[in-house]
Design a protein. Sequence first.
Length: 255
Amino acid sequence: MTKRFNKKITDKQPSQTVTISVQQQIERNKNVIFEQISGSNIARLNNLNWIRHEIAFSEPKTLFQKPAKEQPPFFNYTCSKGLGAAYDYILDKKNNELTTSGIRDIHYLICQGTNIRAGIYRQYNNIIDISIEGVRIHAPDEYNLPSLMEQTVFEYNESTKPDTMRAFDLHYQLIVMQPFEDCNKRTARIVMNWALVLSGYYPIMFNRKSDKANYIRAIKDMATGDSKSYYKYMYDCMKHSQQQIIKQLNRSKIR
């Protein structure tokens, strides 16, 4: 049994007041990182390379690694290589507007060299691997995807929420929409990080062992209307990622 799901995210969320102290910590960390990397190209380059490795290799292994016999040959390696290319893309486009064509470009980079139709919207109905009260969610019909993607990007650009929450909303919407035939979560995380980079933040890395269960749980929380738990988890991951970056910078012997 499946059910249609088209949850509308409004600009009024109760978690905006609950997470304000975390937001303040994130803003302070953002300034600390900026101060530490300013005027130090080598330290900045080393740090960016470390983040690239975490996003391209550590993160997918932590969240969704399957036994080799359950994956197509070289799939994990190829997708990790593609994630690295997609990460380079969002840094190169840090001054560009976020667009649907950019999202398709990211999916193309992630999936190139695999048997997945890279950068092309899916052409069949899809059921998301998330259950609500025992019922799996049915993604929007494939023929609605082009207009829904345009609407999603428009709502992201027009939202009056804090930049961080706008990025988190975009991440969630792409997951429940399932615009591509595969690698939607990977794409959603890179697009979210693109949105964060556009706002002057560093990317989020989901590289803790606890993220394997907590990441999916947070998405389920949002799907059932518990936006507070979803935002709380995402802010916690963002703060943890910033702390990792600061720790890496402090370890650097070249200033």
